[in-house]
Design a binder for this molecule. Structure first.
Ligand code: HEM
Length: 407
């Protein structure tokens, strides 16, 4: 089977499927374990089912292949120095290890009161107004406070710029073949401005370090040859984009699922102990990150298809998380799914293997604080708009706004 003789057409990225790609994903899973797709002029295979996605994400035969010079993808996230999300071991481990320091159990525990305080203030103000845009007035300011604010030690007064930059760079993290010229130009401008901003912040942290991850990275860079300055800068951009866009969209997509399934919303109110496990169901049901890419590092077979070294695949994790072979009633949003004595199979919302999301604990803290406080303080929560509009990104799935009324 080759990309040009495909008997099934992968059209999840067509605009008419953007609001609801899940029926297309289902057709892909029914069509086969691997489905050919032409990404611009690069023939790739799409992997829509759970078992094969997990096999690719955890297998040492698969990686990114940029350092080996074999990647068929044109993808600028890989060009950012320090961008370990697109690196293979052993390079990957050095940078991930440094960032991991920000996520030790003690460091993570210290973030909980910060997130709770920020959410309290935001929800207080919303309750007084009687209305809330879950995106711009809760999820975005919370992510700004936790990621550029807490993790990178930047000034949250620059919130508008962080959001603008991260949106343009997140949009630009789709493979280049899926982007138009304007999106590519906006990504470039945002990356330049963002790099300039963080270069200044790094200079300030050298003289006035704080108790943030960026100060720690600057210290490591100054003390030896573990980390270069361009890498510190690249890590700021990576954390800003990987952390903000995704954690914002978990709150948006999760809240939308609750509002569209009032029985599930009522259940969470009655049994708040379900809030933490319900986050996994939100990540399974409507994932903020829809897919990732990988490259065969050696000749290998997946789903009966023989891949040659250097072949690229799109690992369609959001489809795998709806695979009916693994999840009974996979299209049903069920907040108890991960709460039972035999919880459901791990979803792929945070990926698997060496690239498993390093910021997952922080994402959980943000979302748990947001849902817990909102459910406690807004007993009449309901949607205040007829429909929702999705942002154009394909890797990232997120809505533009989600107005709710609280009274
Ligand atoms: C709900 C929120 C989040 C989701 C859905 C999410 C999703 C993901 C996924 C799917 C990957 C793996 C990509 C791959 O396998 O190619 C990943 C990696 C990563 N995430 Fe997250 N993420 C979230 C929150 C965060 C936060 C809050 C941060 C940091 C502040 C963060 C930082 C990273 C980084 C640095 C990586 C690269 C890890 C590596 O390559 O070893 N993420 N994330």
């Amino acid at each position: 089977m080759t990309a040009t003789t495909a008997d099934v057409v992968f059209d999840a990225f067509e605009p008419e499927n953007h609001a609801d790609p899940y029926p297309v994903y289902r057709r892909m899973r029914e069509a086969g374990a691997v489905v050919p797709y032409l990404l611009g002029d690069v023939p790739v295979m799409v992997i829509p089912r759970y078992e094969e996605c997990a096999q690719v994400l955890t297998g040492a035969e698969w990686g990114h292949g940029y350092s080996a010079g074999i990647s068929p993808f044109r993808d600028t996230i890989a060009a950012i120095p320090g961008s370990f999300v697109r690196m293979d071991p052993p390079e990957h481990g050095r940078l991930r290890g440094l960032v991991n320091k920000a996520f030790t159990p003690r460091a993570v525990a210290s973030m909980v009161p910060v997130a709770n305080r920020v959410v309290d203030e935001l929800v207080d103000a919303a309750v007084k107004r009687g209305s809330l845009d879950v995106m711009d007035e809760l999820a975005v300011p919370l992510a700004v406070a936790m990621i550029p604010g807490r993790l990178l030690g930047a000034d949250v007064a620059d919130a508008e710029r962080f959001r603008r930059w991260q949106l343009a760079i997140a949009r630009g993290s789709d493979p280049d073949a899926l982007l138009d010229e304007a999106a590519i130009a906006e990504r470039g401008a945002a990356a330049r401005e963002c790099m300039g901003y963080f270069a200044e912040l790094i200079a300030r942290k050298r003289v006035e370090p704080g108790d943030d991850l960026l100060s720690e990275l600057v210290r490591v860079e100054q003390e030896g040859d573990m980390l270069s300055e361009p890498e510190v800068l690249g890590l700021c951009v990576l954390l800003l984009v990987a952390g903000m866009e995704t954690s914002i969209n978990l709150i948006g997509n999760g809240m939308l699922a609750l509002l569209r399934n009032p029985g599930q919303l009522a259940l969470l109110r009655e049994r708040p102990e379900l809030i933490a496990p319900s986050l996994d169901e939100m990540l399974r049901y409507d994932a903020p990150t829809q897919f990732t890419i990988r490259v065969a590092l050696v000749d290998t077979t997946v789903g009966g298809h023989e891949f040659r070294r250097g072949d690229g695949v799109m690992v369609l994790t959001a489809s795998a998380s709806r695979d009916e072979r693994v999840y009974p009633d996979a299209d049903v949003f069920d907040v108890t799914r991960y709460a039972g004595t035999r919880p459901a199979r791990r979803h792929l919302g945070f990926s698997l293997g060496v690239h498993y999301c390093v910021g997952a604990p922080l994402a959980r803290i943000e979302a748990e604080a947001a849902f817990r406080t909102l459910l406690e303080r807004a007993p009449e929560l309901r949607m205040a708009a007829d429909g929702v509009e999705y942002r154009p990104s394909l890797i990232h799935r997120g809505i533009v706004s989600l107005p709710v009324s609280l009274a």
